[in-house]
Design a protein. Structure first.
Length: 365
């Protein structure tokens, strides 16, 4: 079985970065007026939503890579969840707090853009990271965070999934992923039901299951990928097919399967240690993926408010402003990652261990 270390996942880190840029492009493209597109009308970019499912597959592999071997051999579920919450929660709370503060302006007569994002009935579910589990009517506040809620659901189910991912059971995981897809496809045929790959707040956690299982299957049977010939060619072809299909009329499910092929070929590059200098360099930006993902809408809210209400930029000037906006986002993400997220993560991850060093007084607190 191939052995990987955390710093060996250069190809997957590069793919994470590409996926985050894909999500950002999808959301920022809404600020481009239709007449500025080459065709004279805005293209259908709805398939860019599937970058999130690429994230779920990568997450399944990475979590399996880091934790799968520990389950059944001293694995501490509580400590695992504490570490995952320590990674997700600090920036989530900050971005949620930003939109809560912005939403409160409505009570003093100031109406922010996208006022419909402030669903106060969904504030507590957002805070508890359950807002992608079907308890909210629609995405709210920092809208991309629904997928972080779906990730949290996968963390809760992780020990069960890993029990199925013991050595030699990769095929079982693939079968389960296929069954999950079949059931979700069937669910989508019900009258009035939304297609499962379009779900976010309503069923986003269920949407994550097949991709997460697929990622775990890749980890369980990474020895298969050790034997994949010319993985660089496979990665290049699947990347070209996926990127081209994003702008086509292809159905969502075939596009998802192409995305799975891309993820698998990138894993093959990692396990065969054939990433090369370019992917290694690109992979260094992968550490900013979560920061970019969580901050891109707050940055857009501030920058586009400035563009519209202060600078009064026209549609052409807005194109240039989007590049400025991305630069600001990258800087903000770098600062957030190094000076806020990582210190907060270390503090929260260690808090449980610190508490065990404090003698109990026997009093309820």
């Amino acid at each position: 079985m191939a052995t990987l270390h955390g710093h060996d996942l250069h190809a997957l880190d590069a793919l994470r970065l590409v996926a985050s840029v894909g999500v950002i492009f999808y959301h920022y493209s809404e600020y481009i007026t239709p007449d500025l597109w080459p065709s004279g009308e805005a293209p259908d970019l709805g398939r860019f939503r599937l970058w999130v499912d690429v994230f779920f597959a990568i997450s399944g592999f990475v979590l399996g890579h880091v934790y799968a071997d520990q389950v059944g051999r001293g694995f501490r579920y509580g400590l695992f969840l504490q570490k995952r919450v320590a990674r997700l929660l600090p920036l989530h709370v900050v971005t949620l707090g930003f939109y809560v503060a912005l939403g409160l302006l409505m009570f003093v007569g100031i109406k922010p853009d996208s006022a419909n994002r402030f669903d106060w009935s969904c504030l507590v579910p957002n805070l508890l990271l359950v807002h992608g589990w079907g308890v909210c009517r629609a995405v709210s506040f920092n809208t991309p965070s629904w997928s972080i809620s779906a990730e949290m659901a996968m963390y809760l189910l992780f020990p069960l999934f890993v029990m199925l991912a013991r050595p030699g059971r990769g095929l079982l995981l693939l079968v389960l992923a296929a069954v999950a897809i079949a059931l979700l496809e069937l669910w989508s045929t019900y009258p009035g039901a939304q297609y499962w790959l379009l779900r976010a707040s309503q069923g986003g956690a269920l949407r994550a299951v097949p991709s997460f299982l697929f990622g775990l299957a890749l980890h369980a049977r990474r020895d298969w990928l050790m034997r994949l010939p010319v993985p660089a060619l496979a990665a290049g072809l699947s990347a070209a097919a996926f990127l081209a299909a994003l702008f086509s009329n292809i159905a969502y499910l075939p596009l998802l399967l192409i995305g799975y092929c891309w993820v698998a070929s990138m894993v093959a590059l990692d396990v065969q240690k054939r990433t090369g200098r370019l992917l290694t360099m690109a992979g260094r930006g992968g550490e900013l993926t979560y920061s970019l993902y969580m901050l891109h809408m707050p940055v857009a809210t501030v920058m586009m408010t400035l563009a519209k209400r202060v600078l009064h930029l026209g549609s052409v000037a807005t194109i240039g402003w989007l590049f400025v906006m991305f630069a600001v986002l990258w800087i903000a993400s770098s600062i957030s990652y190094r000076w806020f997220e990582m210190p907060a993560r270390r503090w929260l991850a260690a808090s449980g261990r610190r508490s065990k060093l404090i003698p109990s007084t026997g009093k309820a607190s």
